[in-house]
Write a protein that binds this ligand. Sequence first.
Ligand code: AHG
Ligand code: MN
Ligand code: MN
Ligand code: MN
Length: 330
Amino acid sequence: TEERLATPVGTTLERYIMRKQAEFPYATGELSQLLRDIALAGKIVNREVNRAGLSRITGAMGGDNVQGEAQQKLDVEANIRFIRALTNGGECCAILSEEDEGIIQTGNQHGKYVVAIDPLDGSSNIDVNISIGTIFSIYRRVSRPGGPARAEDFLQGGRAQVAAGYILYGSSTMLVYTTGHGVTGFTYENSLGEFFLSHPDIRIPERGPVFSVNEGNWFDYPEFVRSFLTTCKERRLTGRYVGSLVADYHRNLFTGGIYLYPPTAAKPVGKLRLLYECYPLALLIEQAGGVAVTGADVVLDVPPTADLHQRAPLFIGSAELVRELQAAAL
Ligand code: AHG
Ligand code: MN
Ligand code: MN
Ligand code: MN
């Protein structure tokens, strides 16, 4: 028992990043530093999330964000923490956040990277103590170094992402990310304030027993979605829907399964945002051996429009299940 409870002596995130960087002779360390900055902000938000009920940062701000959603205090708090960490880290020249309409210039005009971020995903779950997350997507800037970042830096398309990942503030807090060489998971040890390598090479099962969808919108869903869901039920698959994309996604990554956010009457291209929800999670799922489509099209191949907060339907998870749905969408 002592052995089992002993503090993990495994690899810290820091050691892992340094080892990975050493494998790439041309790596100059900026991306490594950027990942450290994201992990730092994640630790700070983790602390805020864990004490939200005590520090009066639950509840709504009283205003709406650019999405037309009632902004939660923790949405704003998380947004501030990530902007501050990325600004102070020096490697990120600009940020696109769900919580801000325009691009946020950090002032690091020689920073090589830009970050698109959903600082707090699953806001409706904050006040009821259900898991929530952060989703991030990293691009190398293409605009002129030394000047301000521009929209084009964020509109390079899903396959131009150099890294993507999420933090899940769940029963344990985890950081899961890819830099294009597989998917790696780290678990946060609160007592030490460190992320430790816990899942070196995450692969999603080809098929799985779970489908995740908001059945409340059943009568708004397109026919291809309803017929697919009916098939899932005929096969007695398990329905699991947390209402936090990061939590549903992470569970399905291990159990196998499919998460669906289809178009509805009210949201004809779905609710989830392409640049900081669909693209990063699609890169991760392909790196883990899964598939992500918007219906007939593969998410990472959907070209962005000029709208930085554009939405897209999302069907993501085990290859066999998502391809079956994609065939129904064609
Ligand atoms: P966010 O809290 O960042 O706005 O995203 C919420 C998303 C996603 O996390 C979740 O799966 C979905 O909204 C739930 O939407 P419904 O309540 O419409 O099912
Ligand atoms: Mn939101
Ligand atoms: Mn979200
Ligand atoms: Mn959000």
